[in-house]
Ligand binder design. Sequence first.
Ligand code: ATP
Ligand code: MG
Length: 145
Amino acid sequence: MQKTLILLKPDAVQKSLVGEILSRFERKGLKIIGLKMIQLDDAVIGEHYDFLADKPFFPSIVSYMKSSPIVALALEGHEVVKVVRQLCGATNPADALPGTIRGDFAKSIDNNIIHSSDSEETAAKELARFFKAGELHSYERTLID
Ligand code: ATP
Ligand code: MG
């Protein structure tokens, strides 16, 4: 089954949106296979956003991403990469539709609440970046699946 990596960015934690966002993924039927709060440092932020390193806004991304702890989440489900991207909405909250996480809660592209992997290949790399092998769980939901 496909897996994806989600980060609830510092503004999600600061605005007490962690439960609301987790609830949206659970209501969709996606399975939580990993969940933890972590404080990011320059090294992991630099690795995660290396494709943006030459952008003028890169220093502000780094300071934003380490401004408070974040919540890292691993989800599993059918086409979960695409499903989660749809639930998150467009990168720029001004383009994100109402009903999406960014459409409902984010005000600007530099404080856009959430990250999710953009392909199955990226997800594999990002899951390994934020979770050790023993922190991802394989289990059956015997009561609902
Ligand atoms: P994410 O990777 O966080 O899920 P995304 O895949 O929708 O977002 P990317 O193009 O990968 O978008 O950009 C990564 C992040 O870099 C964005 O979520 C945003 O926080 C930041 N970013 C991208 N473009 C800009 C910009 N023009 N100004 C400020 N921040 C930006
Ligand atoms: Mg991205």
